[in-house]
Write a protein that binds this ligand. Structure first.
Ligand code: GTP
Ligand code: MG
Length: 307
């Protein structure tokens, strides 16, 4: 860092960075890599992230609070619409925007939408072309699209472009330098020993949901909602009651699997990961319930934190 801090003698810079972009481009993978720890679930199913997740990075240069947002996607029903609204409103009041694109596949309508959105922003914008390990065939197409939209909107926004692979960690240090260069000086916003303020119940539910996503195909993941009812925190073991909601009776069998194999696999994988995250043993009780049309039920969405 070249600048001297005069007023603030603490640890440097502090700011909030919203990570936005189309679904599946690798926003959560990126935030996990920047933090060096898993704070947000990842899968190759669209709209994996359903809540806004705050991930907090504290180091010598200061503190950066990342908002990992649900990817914007053609809205399907109430849930899709709420996720899109959450993603769009996340950019309000932040210090910088990190727009993630998938440089290995061609621009889509949602990318166009984000370019139009950042055209109007007054805060610094950094554009990360992710998945560089898969090739950079479409980098020029994104840049051309940006120039076109910028000219059409007569925008003065000058984003910084970076090529990265969140999966392999390529370009991460450079990206972090750029981000630190664009947030203001100031004291940390959170204590320096916390990684996320995402509630424990929601995090446990997300870990379980991720395991299901790895095994379920097609539309079923979207019909699935996970809710932690209760956590009994004993010194040596935490026992957690988890509701697994599906929309139809036929889906119940799929989620449980033949001879209960699928749900057993999910339980074991989730227990293992939670042990690594929290350093305490977990016993998960998974209860499968049929809740017709929960995706359209405002109160259920609200309870799950999606509305
Ligand atoms: N090859 C490659 N795959 C990646 C990279 N980054 C992410 N992925 C994969 O892309 C898929 C989507 O990643 P996520 O991090 O869940 O994407 P997201 O943007 O958070 O998606 P939503 O939460 O649905 O908006 C996963 O299968 C990741 O493993 C990368 O740099 N290279
Ligand atoms: Mg995500």
């Amino acid at each position: 860092m070249t600048e001297e801090h005069t007023e603030f003698t603490g640890s440097g810079r502090a700011g909030i960075v919203a990570i936005v972009g189309r679904t599946n481009v690798g926003k959560s993978t990126l935030v996990n890599h920047l933090l060096g720890e898993k704070v947000s679930i990842v899968s190759d199913t669209v709209q994996t992230t359903r809540n806004l997740i705050r991930a907090i990075l504290t180091e010598e240069r200061g503190q950066m609070v990342f908002l990992d947002t649900p990817g914007v996607h053609k809205a399907q029903g109430e849930l899709g619409k709420n996720l899109n609204k959450a993603a769009r409103s996340a950019v309000q009041g932040v210090d910088a925007i990190l727009l993630v694109l998938d440089g290995s596949s061609k621009p889509e309508l949602e990318d166009d939408g984000w370019f139009r959105r950042i055209c109007r922003e007054e805060v610094p914008c950094i554009i990360a072309l992710n998945k560089s390990d898969r090739g950079t065939n479409f980098v020029n197409a994104y840049q051309a699209l940006w120039e076109e939209i910028k000219a059409e909107k007569e925008s003065a926004v000058q984003p910084v472009w970076a090529s990265v692979s969140a999966l392999q960690g390529t370009g991460m240090a450079g990206l972090l330098d750029t981000l630190f260069g664009h947030i203001p000086e100031g004291p940390p916003l959170f204590p320096d020993d916390i990684l996320t303020d995402y509630p424990r119940k929601l995090n446990i539910a997300d870990v379980v949901r991720e395991k299901f996503f790895h095994r379920l195909e097609k539309e079923l993941p979207h019909a699935l909602a996970i809710w932690v009812e209760d956590i009994d925190e004993q010194e040596k073991k935490w026992t957690v009651d988890v509701s697994v909601m599906v929309e139809r009776h036929s889906q119940k069998g799929i989620v449980i699997g033949e001879k209960g194999r699928l749900i057993k696999w999910v339980r074991e994988q989730a227990e293992k990961e939670l042990y690594e995250m929290y350093g305490v043993r977990f016993k998960l009780n998974l209860w499968v319930k049929v809740e017709k049309n929960w995706r359209k039920n405002f109160w259920i969405l609200k309870k799950l934190g999606y509305a």
